[in-house]
Design a protein around this ligand. Sequence first.
Ligand SMILES: *Cc1c(COP(=O)(O)O)cnc(C)c1O
Length: 222
Amino acid sequence: MNTIGENIISLKRELPPEVKLVAVSKTKPVSDILQAYNAGQKIFGENRVGELLLKKNQLPGDIEWHLIGHLQTNKVKSIISSLSLIHSVDSFRLLKTINDEALIMNRVVSCLLQFHIATEETKFGFSIEEVLRMMDSEEFSNFRSVRICGVMGMATFTDDKIVVSSEFRSLAGYFRLLKERFFENSPEFCEISMGMSGDFRIAVGEGSTMVRIGSLIFGDRK
Ligand SMILES: *Cc1c(COP(=O)(O)O)cnc(C)c1O
């Protein structure tokens, strides 16, 4: 078996240079994260607020922390100053809460809009209709403390590559639609976060700019 550092290096070698690697370290100890960090990895993704804050406190300050899991509105205040990107904005109510709290803290928080692209019902996310309605609303146009940097989605958990690639293709299509309609003059709207250990090659083929990889780097989670 390869070491964590070797896994980081070989993934970076394989990924096209414009695709960012988010190392998903949920459930893994700080010592594992340090091994990845020492191999040059600077972006880590966690899905729980409490776990992220605990780890951040014990690790180097130049790590970029991304939240990739569902965020409850009552946790927003405690986390936003610790994050460089929230991948998992999945409702208007959550985006509004982030905007309101960020305004109080005099910050601008970078966010991705999470779309529901999979067939499973358990996965969070917007539909394209909901996002279009939100973007056209006056309330949204007054948000000054969130920076929408792109889209995120998770494909159905299946071996069927046709299903996975068509779901990723629809996410990339939503990105282009939003870019044309609302973000043509916003260079920061540039990210398509898609692809995990089992499907990142398909995601990259469909235009991913950010892959979120856990088990392929750190080994299986219990
Ligand atoms: C856990 C998780 C990942 C990483 O999953 P792996 O299959 O271990 O690569 C990516 N994205 C999200 C949202 C996750 O929750």
